[in-house]
Design a protein around this ligand. Structure first.
Ligand code: ATP
Ligand code: MG
Length: 512
């Protein structure tokens, strides 16, 4: 009996207690034929029953999936190297959509979008095989975002807090630090309860290696899954990679755990989609993308969610990355993605070259739902900062050509410069919640005003150890996720002030 037929009869016997009416006699299995093949896309005839996205088996064991269905032919995207497939090759449908392994065995592994190891390790001992396209949770199955994802990056956590279950786009020109923000966030989860999935689509192999090395070197490897379809992989593999990543991450979401998925990046994914659409002769629309590219990314990102308590309360947070050209956020793919997601972190190439890193454009970035999930004490101390900082940026423009005499303006400028210094952060120098709260509380209290930029940098590196050595009642309140009372805030500021004073005196000693 055919593979197809066998599955179908199993299904009948399992799901029905009625007498199964088996039709006896010979059964027919549809075998299609490759009409022509070019650029990893095959036109297949003779398979009228194949469904969209169904996995197809080609003669010689190669696989592909049905991307478009016409009356006579199917356009099949090949998942492996198509060299062995020629016109005349035979094809069978499998009755199944593409499935990938899921489970804990994937942690610490590097796999391709079909779940095959790329790290030289043994095959994945999967708990199950799940389809790569799964429906997103319905509204009723979702809950409000209520807990933060701590990135450890001050500008993000303080000004654009991310909530578990949120979709936040990281967008900017080439080489502005997009990947770095995502990787630092993954590394910051090494002692947290969040599993990360990093999906590389169309990246250079060296760039992917750098990401994996960084995560490995910072000890976050065994809480991370890597799905890699580099620029050299077939367009079919690149096309399914984000879907695979979501399916692997949903495994954790659906078990009441918390997961984070990074897709690096969706601009390249859109380009692959356009390439395949043009090869399958779909009518091109704006910027030659097919009209369904919006739906493609919307249904993908819709799978990020905070599930209701009834469904275990798990969450899946998505950080898709997109590239802009000359900062143009109104191009087709960027506008699509901005409207699909719950906010965006915009990186600016001018800030990057001016050494303001992470080069986050505070004016254009936004997080629409994360504020509610922010730590109450961090919200308490960060409220003023954003306003002060944008006022400073305006003032800086105005005062560029002339000196300022007004005392109040001078003070505002000084505060702004300190905020800028605080918001710039080296890579892999993530700050804990208490460090962030202490820094901003001290900033608001004016404790940092007298420090030079160098002292500020030293203060930041020594802060964590100093806070640990000098615990106050604020320490426990922050651990318990509470807001701080005035006195607790003052205690915390006093600790930072002592460290600042120590630095100032060592600086004075060095001078004398
Ligand atoms: P691409 O467009 O090539 O994907 P990207 O936008 O993802 O680039 P990254 O690769 O993350 O950018 O970063 C570009 C360079 O900037 C890297 O060398 C990285 O180490 C450096 N960089 C990023 N963030 C910081 C930072 N906060 N401090 C110092 N250097 C940084
Ligand atoms: Mg990158």
């Amino acid at each position: 009996m055919t593979e197809n037929g066998k599955k179908r009869s199993d299904w009948f016997t399992e799901s029905s207690t009625e007498i199964v009416q088996l039709r006896l006699g010979p059964s027919a299995e549809a075998v299609g034929r490759v009409e022509h093949v070019a650029d990893n896309v095959a036109a297949v005839s003779g398979l009228p029953d194949v469904r969209l996205n169904e996995l197809l088996l080609f003669e010689g064991g190669r696989t592909g999936f049905a991307l478009t269905l016409d009356e006579e032919t199917i356009s099949a995207v090949l998942l492996d190297d198509g060299a062995a497939i020629q016109s005349g090759s035979r094809v069978r449908g499998t009755g199944e959509v593409v499935r990938v392994p899921v489970g804990r065995a994937l942690l610490g592994r590097i796999v391709d979008p079909l779940g095959r190891p790329l790290d030289g390790g043994p095959p994945i001992a999967a708990e199950a095989q799940e389809p790569i396209e799964r429906p997103a949770p319905a509204i009723i199955d979702r809950d409000l975002v209520s807990r933060p994802v701590e990135t450890g990056i001050l500008v993000v956590d303080a000004l654009f807090a991310l909530g578990r279950g949120q979709r936040e786009l990281i967008i900017g020109d080439r080489a502005t630090g997009k990947t770095s923000i995502a990787v630092d966030t993954i590394v910051n989860q090494k002692d947290a309860d969040i599993i990360s999935v990093y999906v590389a689509v169309g990246q250079r192999a060296t760039a992917v290696e750098r990401v994996i090395e960084a995560i490995r070197n910072h000890g976050a490897m065994d809480r991370c899954i890597f799905v890699v379809a580099s620029a050299a992989a077939s367009p079919g593999l690149q096309w399914i990679a984000p879907f695979t990543g979501f399916t692997m991450a949903e495994y954790f979401r659906d078990r009441g755990e918390h997961a984070l998925i990074v897709i690096d990046d969706l601009s390249k994914h859109a380009a692959t989609h356009r390439e395949l659409a043009l090869l399958t002769r779909e009518p091109p629309g704006r910027e030659a993308y097919p009209g369904d590219v919006f739906y493609l990314h919307a249904r993908l990102l819709e799978r990020a969610a905070k599930l209701s308590g009834k469904l275990g309360g798990g969450s899946l947070t998505a950080l898709p990355i997109a590239e802009t050209d000359a900062g143009n956020l109104s191009a087709y793919i960027p506008t699509n993605l901005i409207s699909i997601t719950d906010g965006q972190i915009v990186l600016n190439s001018h800030l990057f070259t001016a050494d303001q890193r992470p080069a986050v454009d505070v004016g254009l970035s936004v997080s629409r739902v994360g504020g509610k999930a922010q730590h109450p004490a961090l919200r308490q101390v960060s409220g003023e900062v954003r306003l002060q900082y944008s006022q400073f940026q305006e003032l800086e423009m105005f005062t560029r050509f002339g000196g300022i005499s007004d005392k109040r303006v001078k003070a505002q400028m000084l505060r702004g410069k300190h905020i800028r210094a605080l918001l710039s952060q080296q890579r892999f120098a993530t700050l804990r919640m208490i460090d962030q709260i202490a820094l901003l509380a001290a900033l608001n209290a004016g404790t940092l005003d007298a420090l030079s930029p160098e002292d500020l940098a030293t203060l930041r590196t020594r802060l964590a150890a100093f806070l640990d050595a000098n615990p106050t009642s604020a320490t426990t309140a922050i651990e318990e996720g509470k807001q701080l009372a005035e006195s607790q805030l003052a205690d915390l500021v006093a600790v930072v002030a002592r460290l600042a004073a120590e630095l100032a005196s060592t600086a004075a000693d060095a001078e004398s």
